[in-house]
Design a protein around this ligand. Sequence first.
Ligand code: FMN
Length: 260
Amino acid sequence: MKQTWKAGNMLYPVPAVMVSCQRSGEKPNIVTVAWAGTICSDPAMVSISIRKERYSHEIISETKEFVINLTTKNLCRATDFCGVRSGRNVDKFRELHLTAEPSEKINAPGIAESPVCIECKVKKIVELGSHDMFIADVVAVRVDESLLDSKGTLHLAKADLLAYSHGSYYELGKTIGKFGFSVQKKNGNGIGQTKAVKKSDYRIGGKSDHKEEKGKTGTGRKEKSGYGNKSGSEGKKATVNKNASRKKGKYSGDIRSGRK
Ligand SMILES: Cc1cc2nc3c(=O)[nH]c(=O)nc-3n(C[C@H](O)[C@H](O)[C@H](O)COP(=O)(O)O)c2cc1C
């Protein structure tokens, strides 16, 4: 039985990213953003939604540039700090002993301690209500070489990325499937390949294994995608910059906190 709640934000988990930005001649700043997303594969585009009153809103509106820095288990405390202190009052890079590293294609710096820095140029700002959405082109992606194997393939799972869900930060767990495994005949991922799906497998708190019905393997069509499989970011050779040296409740879904 489900309860129906009033409209609110409940799309979880999401990444909580550290967005860095800088005005020429001023100190760089970092703002934590949970309302961020991939919005187009080709051209590669992302969006971040920021409240008008944020210091970063001011900077990004002016410079039209920012870097999305993926966050990790090690960056968890810094991620939270950058989400509860304003750059108007504190130098977050200095306070957190983080390193502003030059970007490849834009003037805003990335965070050296982040394993993946996504350089973005704002194309459009859409006023939505509480937040303005910055729609941006991805102009470069810089990944830490430690995540690449000898063939240049990216292993993002090694980065210990953070997830944010309803007011809490989480580490990612073990891999339980790979893109398309549900319709693969053999050697998909070795998970539940031959067992039929039972309705009880979907229950909350029930078994988490993904099952595949024997003999019925979906359309058999190979999906063309850019959703993180080989034709997307994972498995694609990356360009590496070799020179680069809530408050609880606020973003916790907001339905219960009454904030939207
Ligand atoms: C986990 C988390 C996620 C957040 N997500 C957003 C967001 O998506 N948009 C936003 O405007 N503020 C968000 N915030 C709040 C800002 O990060 C916070 O107000 C920050 O102090 C603003 O910094 P600034 O004034 O230096 O820009 C979030 C805070 C936390 C802790």
